[in-house]
Design a protein around this ligand. Sequence first.
Ligand code: ZN
Length: 291
Amino acid sequence: MQRRTFIHHFGLSAVALGAGIPKLRPTTDFSLTILHTNDLHGRFEKTTAFSAQASEMIRKARNTQQNVLLLDAGDVLNPSLSQGHELQWMKSMGYDAFAIGNHDFDRGMEDLARQIQQSQLTTLAANYRCENTPLHGLIKPYRIFEKAGQRIGVIGLGVNPQGSIPLVLREGIVYQDPLETANQLAATLKQVEGCTLVICLSHLGYHYKDQQISDLRLAAETRHIDLIIGGHTHTFLPEPVVVNNLDKKPVLINHAGWGGLLMGRMDVQCRGGVIHTVKGENIPVGSGELN
Ligand SMILES: [Zn+2]
């Protein structure tokens, strides 16, 4: 698999992102490295190659970069296991958060609740209401990470369960419009919570031929989101894609295929509290083939 590096320079227009925002902390120049996966489907339990190589990449990044976030955009479970420990594995690898995917319901909500409780892994889905389910209190809408003295907001978004999760496995989950949810939450994170960056960890899918909500639409039809890290459609992007949002500000979207064949990496450089450049690449892991 060919490895490409992508560098996007944000223009002067990006400076306006930081203007007039209350509570924004005094900003210094800082960098943030984001490593990310999606749609692992438990493949790390079938082959140790991914675990070994991915953990080496993570270790190196954490040793050489001051500020690292390790994120996953959902569908981590291997449904062929009767009782798995996928979230424990993620926690042991050092994942900071993951957004719930439709296949993370494959063994039922009780099993998912058990895994979240045991692993204490930050599990995100801002557009799923779970009050009347075993997942109540376990799935959070967002989490704010403190890096380089800055606040980095990470929002989780789940795909529409109708048609993607059998009803018996999701009884009681209330799905809310991801576009509206993300737009409101991103504004709150920027304007009230003082986040310098807002990242959407999305299991909506990259793109569809019809008008259903996708990461491309999410980027174009919202404000205040800087980066979208996605999954669900098993999309192999050679490099991150740039889409202008409603304010004509650039939003970067990246997906890293599936099955642990790629590890996504984005090195974000901020100057004066706004993104100046993003260097992105999707790095092949293992042989680059499923086994
Ligand atoms: Zn999925």
